[in-house]
Design a protein around this ligand. Structure first.
Ligand SMILES: [Zn+2]
Length: 1002
């Protein structure tokens, strides 16, 4: 984060070339920025030398001849290219670009658009050439920023805050902010009732920014003491009675009593109650709200110690994050550790100083920010200072937080137009959807847009606003990619709106008869990178086949089941060619975030393609065997969401925490720019990140630990902003308290990410075993805590807070990235799910792990149709075949798919009402449509409501009838997490396995 860039009063353009890491620091102040192209691998610095100096172009009207050789020859390193052939109506620029008689050109004998003369002529007619000589590039944002710009530099940051927690001199002393605590407190008193604080009822109105109210702020009398006596433990744990004989159903084992998260994700609220000024848990969830005071305690916790952060989580209406402008005082931050002022800082010295809650530094209050304190030490202006009362705020960042003017929102599309892309209907749906979203792309009127399409050649589109129709240019030399007309490929949407619409209207027609099956994906990606790297932005890739030509071409390697179970197994799940990771690194460096949409029914090596999304903070959308009639709606909704959701551009995120602890590992889709700075070229509300904490010091001496997430980004409106989330958690000396304050949702989120990462370096089996072992160790430790005072017998005991953990652990093992073996999920499916799950926020992830299953036939027969709260209307049932009644109709919903399961004995009237004349047909051939009757309308309303509850993905609806095999098994039964299917373990057996292992060595 360049938040410490006081040395950048102006916009010094792009930081100098990096020699070491792709995220090299910015130049120190005063060092002139070096212009020049991307200093990254292998790409020719493409600095548009040809535009200003090229001779005026005056191509014949009506001919697509966008590019002339004199210009080409001036591209450094380009060499002399053959002069263009005499233009003719059929002379597509490929001839101009291709090597003389070049091989790749011959692959495309019919010049594109290859769909035959009718389309060609239409387009050729529409694409008029530039009507004026090419002048110098338009004076735009870029003109002052010769090289575009790289990531906000981390240098300044590191100067003030080394990546590794600095040792804060003088922090070991008393904590003035919490005078109620003895200084250097290590004894476990903190959570007994406040020694001198007022009663709890008085605490909500008080806010941060003052000190002398010990206890009041952070203590909650009802919070059980970690040292509560042994009797206090009597009711402290839950237990399941289990026999010791695995699989046996002897009395004592009642699966019906097993804990199940039928209410979905229930966030622990004790944390929020204790610290009402903490940010909401939708933004930050610790795996336990009780931080261990020592390394030895942490080592006995066995579960991950960390957090899940979703910095831009959607807030319900009325709870939006407040926007703050510090104006002339500048943003108030700690001089030493750069923490942003927050509700937990304290003001002293009659308001002239404030103490940092993270490092204890005493800072001066700038004159403009000064306020008198009242008798209780509270700032008089507190009610006008949301940053001192709210755990989440958004701060307008002044120019010191920029290394260039804030970039406009940029959407660039890289679209496969080969045979299968056109045939599947993908092209048409994508083009229509993009067109329908043009009014809603964030950032009007600054938004920019551009397109490249490709099959065996690359097709560029001049979208200059002075044109009435786009102009297509074809490049067929895949080995030496260059970008024709780089200034007119990425255009301002509002200025070029008509050209963009004309392009989107004609795109599906242009390629509808394309028979080209090749995919020059890698070269196309390089070209997109060259167009985008001046400014950055979002790159949306639509890929329908395995990249087959040029750099980054991939092999069919996914169909060898023999590799499974060997040490080589994991290699199938990682990118085959380093090209992908390197491209991702380059893109991140230049603020390009990539989303990959993949559509093929054949192997496309999602492991490699997804790498692009993984390291640029993006997302993978996978529609295997895409057919517009089946998957069209899903693509429409998901693409529309992707295009229109609020996006934070060119952002970086850092999470700070108090002395003695540090975040030591980060898990999700992003690239680390320095040891603790997460680079996120484009981030939105649907992305979450997990991280693990390490205690750096043997003992923590403070009673509490603070966390502060800061996301520095450019809003679509062009404002540079910092979103800040602050929270505090108590430090405890009692292991039991750590378990009591555990957050299963957060733990499952961290575990899922760790397990998926493990599949990228080892066997699936090992990843699954690791999950089980971690749960066993934690429960064994917990058992040992209680075994002295209690006769536990054959009971499995666990804290209330972790009652669902074993089940979620099982669900992780059964999730698509980790399940079974080669027969259980295709390699692409597995990898796509892995990329998706790495980014999911807690709620979405838990729903995917243990989906909703509810019965609807009885409800459909009732007259009322109130759907205000689905939970009241429909009760979830356990995810097991035993829950199913053959006379019922059930809906399965995991957030990605809906399955309507029709029991064999379901009343034919209901089936008729819902399916019309198709009611007896094979359900694989039936699409659910609204019928003219109340029951059908009621069901459709329910499905609509389910979809609206979570807009991040659009679940497709599948119909299946009981006994319709193998479809029933594939679509539905195998997703019943609690059952044993194929080689998988049932919930009962899983619990017994865990229990048996817990008892060993207990
Ligand atoms: Zn500080």
């Amino acid at each position: 984060m360049n938040t410490e860039n006081q040395g950048y009063p102006n916009f010094p353009a792009r930081p100098p070339p990096s020699s070491s890491s792709p995220f090299a620091s910015a130049p120190p102040p005063g060092v002139p920025p070096q212009s020049g192209g991307p200093e990254s691998v292998g790409f020719r610095p493409h600095t548009r030398p040809f535009t200003p100096s090229g001779p005026p172009m005056a191509p014949p009207v009506g001919v697509m001849r966008p590019f002339q050789s004199p210009l080409v020859s001036q591209i450094p390193g380009q060499g002399i290219r053959p002069p263009p052939p005499p233009p003719s109506s059929n002379s597509f620029p490929s001839t101009a670009y291709g090597p003389p008689g070049g091989g790749s050109f011959q692959r495309f004998p019919t010049p594109p658009p290859p769909s035959g003369p009718p389309q060609t002529q239409t387009l050729a007619g529409h694409f008029s050439p530039p009507r004026q000589p090419m002048g110098p590039p338009p004076q735009s944002l870029t003109s002052g920023v010769p090289g575009g710009y790289a990531s906000p530099p981390g240098t300044g940051f590191q100067q003030s805050m080394p990546p590794v927690n600095p040792s804060y001199p003088g922090v070991g002393g008393p904590q003035p902010s919490f005078p109620g605590y003895p200084s250097n407190q290590v004894t476990p008193v903190p959570f007994q009732s406040a020694p001198q604080g007022p009663p709890p009822s008085s605490y909500p109105p008080q806010t941060g920014g003052f000190s002398p109210h010990p206890g009041q702020q952070n203590l909650h009398p009802s919070y059980a003491s970690p040292t509560s006596n042994v009797q206090g433990l009597a009711e402290d744990f839950n237990s399941l009675s289990l026999t010791n004989i695995p699989g046996s159903l002897e009395p004592g084992l009642d699966p019906a009593l097993f804990p199940r998260p039928l209410d979905g994700d229930v966030e622990p609220n004790s944390f929020a109650e204790m610290y009402p000024m903490n940010c909401h848990s939708r933004y930050l969830r610790l795996t336990t709200s009780a931080i261990p005071s020592s390394q030895s305690l942490a080592s006995r916790w066995h579960l991950p110690l960390g957090a899940v952060v979703c910095p831009l989580a959607e807030a319900p209406e009325g709870e939006e994050v407040t926007l703050i402008d510090f104006g002339s005082s500048g943003i108030i931050r700690c001089r030493r550790c750069r923490t942003y002022v927050n509700p937990y800082v304290t003001f002293t010295d009659s308001g002239r100083k404030w103490r940092c809650n993270i490092c204890s530094m005493l800072n001066d209050v700038p004159g403009e920010y000064f306020s008198h304190l009242d008798a209780t030490g509270r700032r008089m202006d507190l009610d006008q200072r949301p940053e001192l009362t709210k755990g989440s705020v958004e701060i307008i960042a002044p120019t010191e937080y920029m290394v260039r003017p804030p970039m406009p929102p940029i959407y660039f599309f890289l679209i496969d137009v080969s045979f299968s892309a056109a045939k599947s209907g993908m092209l048409e749906v994508a083009a229509q959807t993009i067109k329908s979203c043009l009014d809603n792309l964030p950032g009007y009127p600054r938004t920019q847009i551009g397109f490249i399409t490709y099959d065996s050649t690359l097709h560029f589109y001049n979208m200059k606003s002075s044109l009435s129709q786009p102009q297509m240019m074809v490049v067929s030399d895949l080995d030496d990619i260059f970008v024709p007309l780089p200034d007119d490929l990425l255009v301002n949407l509002s200025e070029s709106r008509n050209v963009v619409e004309a392009f989107l209207d004609s795109l599906p027609l242009m390629f509808q008869n394309n028979v080209n099956v090749e995919s020059a994906f890698g070269p196309a990606l390089k070209a997109a990178y060259m167009v985008m790297n001046q400014l950055g932005g979002k790159l949306l890739i639509f890929q329908n086949s395995l990249p087959s030509l040029g750099a980054g071409r991939l092999k069919l390697r996914g169909d060898d089941p023999r590799v499974y179970g060997t040490d080589k197994e994991y290699t199938l799940r990682v990118a085959e060619d380093n090209f992908y990771k390197q491209m991702a690194a380059d893109c991140t460096k230049f603020q390009i975030g990539i989303n990959v949409y993949a559509f093929s029914d054949k192997y496309t090596d999602i492991a490699s393609l997804g790498t692009l999304a993984k390291y640029t903070g993006g997302q993978v959308y996978y529609y295997p065997g895409f057919q517009s009639s089946i998957h069209g709606d899903k693509l429409r909704h998901e693409l529309a969401r992707d295009l229109t959701r609020e996006t934070a551009w060119e952002s970086v995120m850092r999470i700070r925490c108090g002395k003695g602890i540090r975040f030591s590992s980060y898990h999700g889709n992003f690239m680390l720019r320095s040891t603790d700075l997460i680079a996120l070229p484009a981030v939105d509300c649907d992305k979450a990140y997990a991280m693990q904490l390490t205690l750096e010091e043997t003992l923590l001496t403070t009673p509490t630990v603070y966390f502060q997430v800061a996301l520095l980004y450019t809003a679509s409106c062009g404002e540079r902003r910092i979103r800040v989330h602050t929270a505090v958690a108590p430090v405890v000396t009692d292991l039991g308290e750590m378990y009591r304050q555990a957050d299963t949702g957060s733990i499952a989120s961290v575990y899922t990410r760790l397990a998926i990462e493990k599949t990228l370096s080892g066997k699936l089996d090992d990843a699954r075993n690791a999950i089980q072992q971690k749960i066993v160790k934690a429960l064994r430790e917990y058992r040992n805590l209680h075994s002295v005072q209690h006769r536990l017998g054959s009971r499995l005991i666990y804290p209330e807070s972790l009652k669902f953990l074993p089940l979620y652990g099982l669900a992780i093992c059964k999730s698509t990235p980790l399940q079974g073996g080669p027969a259980d999920a295709s390699l692409d499916e597995r990898c796509a799910a892995g990329f998706t799950m790495m980014a999911l926020p807690v709620k979405n992830l838990l729903k995917l792990l243990y989906p909703n299953l509810f019965r609807v036939d009885e409800w459909l027969l009732k007259p009322s149709a109130d759907l205000d709260d689905l939970k009241d209307v429909l009760r979830r049932v356990p995810l097991a075949a035993q829950s199913l009644d053959s006379s019922g109709l059930y809906i399965y919903d995991d957030g990605f798919r809906l399955v309507l399961w029709f029991g064999r004995m379901l009343s034919p009237d209901i089936a008729k009402n819902l399916l019309g004349t198709d009611f007896a047909a094979e359900l694989s051939k039936v699409t659910l449509q609204e019928q003219e009757n109340g029951m059908s309308k009621k069901l459709m309303k329910l499905i609509k409501k389910v979809r609206e509850n979570d807009l991040s993905y659009h679940p497709m609806c599948f119909l299946v009838r009981q006994g319709e095999q193998p479809r029933e098994g594939f679509l539905f039964l195998r997703h019943l997490t609690e059952d044993q299917m194929g080689g998988s373990t049932s919930y009962v057996d899983w619990i017994l396995q865990i229990h048996r292992q817990v008892q060993q060595n207990a």
